[in-house]
Design a protein around this ligand. Structure first.
Ligand code: ADP
Ligand code: MG
Length: 249
């Protein structure tokens, strides 16, 4: 049994079968990449894990418990955290305040802006937030306002906010999209370091093959809503089905 078990998931948008009988098993402690051409259903699948979309049929089990029907903050509370394609941060607040709100959310899964005054006086939360900012290399910028950050730093801040919730499973949707090569390599190093230090299971959707082959121990290839191949990275590149999916897609 994997920490995340997906069985027979289907999702239709009008006439489009976006997910077609998806089965996926993610082993605890692994980095499992999901790749595939644009429109293959990767983000739709992730949205089914975090309560943003409800599959038409099938099951999504995390640690033996069903995630279906739970609200996003309840899924957070179960230890599932997600880095979005567009960073979701509080742009008017400092980095430290952003991460304090996330540290506080460990307790009930929800980001509560109106609790900030109280949260900011809590020594344990302050230390916890500072520690997580340090882990992503943003300690020296902690008093800056989030809106002034570079794109790469905004994504790092969002990652710090995810980590501050102490997830068991981290879902990353194109974590290096739009980043320079230097920022991409920094992100790879950061994700590796954090994975090793904290033993967090990760599911990564990624277009950049350099990132996929640097991070993943397992790769699922999706095409037209269905996983077509699952294998170790060294067996993926030469697989004719994979080549066909990309060329034909
Ligand atoms: P990927 O992330 O692999 O690029 P997506 O999961 O975003 O693909 O999309 C899969 C398919 O479902 C695409 O054809 C997309 O246009 C469609 N789709 C995604 N979300 C919606 C939605 N909310 N309503 C209608 N169609 C959608
Ligand atoms: Mg996508």
């Amino acid at each position: 049994m994997g920490i995340l078990e997906v069985q027979n998931v289907n999702k239709r948008f009008g006439g489009l079968q976006a997910l077609n009988n998806v089965n996926l098993s993610v082993r605890e402690g692994s980095v499992h990449a999901i790749i595939g051409p644009n429109g293959a259903g990767k983000s739709t699948l992730l949205n089914c894990f975090v309560g943003r979309l409800m599959p038409d049929t099938g099951s999504v089990m995390f640690n033996g418990q069903s995630l279906l029907g739970l609200k996003p903050h309840e899924i957070n509370q179960h230890g599932v955290s997600r880095v979005f394609q567009t960073p979701e941060i509080f742009t008017d607040l400092s980095l430290w305040e952003n991460v304090m709100i996330a540290s506080f959310a460990r307790r009930d899964g929800a980001f509560r802006l109106n609790a900030l005054g109280r949260v900011a006086r809590d020594g344990e939360i302050r230390d916890h937030a500072a520690h997580n900012l340090e882990d992503v290399g943003l300690a020296s910028k902690r008093n800056m306002i989030a809106s002034t950050l570079s794109r790469g730093d905004k994504r790092r801040l969002e990652l710090a906010m995810c980590l501050a919730q102490e997830p068991k499973l981290l879902l990353l949707d194109e974590p290096t999209a739009g980043m320079s090569r230097a920022d991409t390599n920094n992100t790879i190093d950061l994700l590796k370091r954090i994975g090793e230090a904290r033993g967090i299971t990760k599911v990564v959707i990624e277009h950049d093959m350099h990132v996929v082959f640097s991070l993943a121990d397992r790769i699922t290839v999706m095409a037209q809503g269905t996983p077509i191949v699952e294998d170790a990275p060294e067996n993926i590149k030469g697989n004719p089905k994979v080549q066909e999916a990309y060329l034909g897609g």
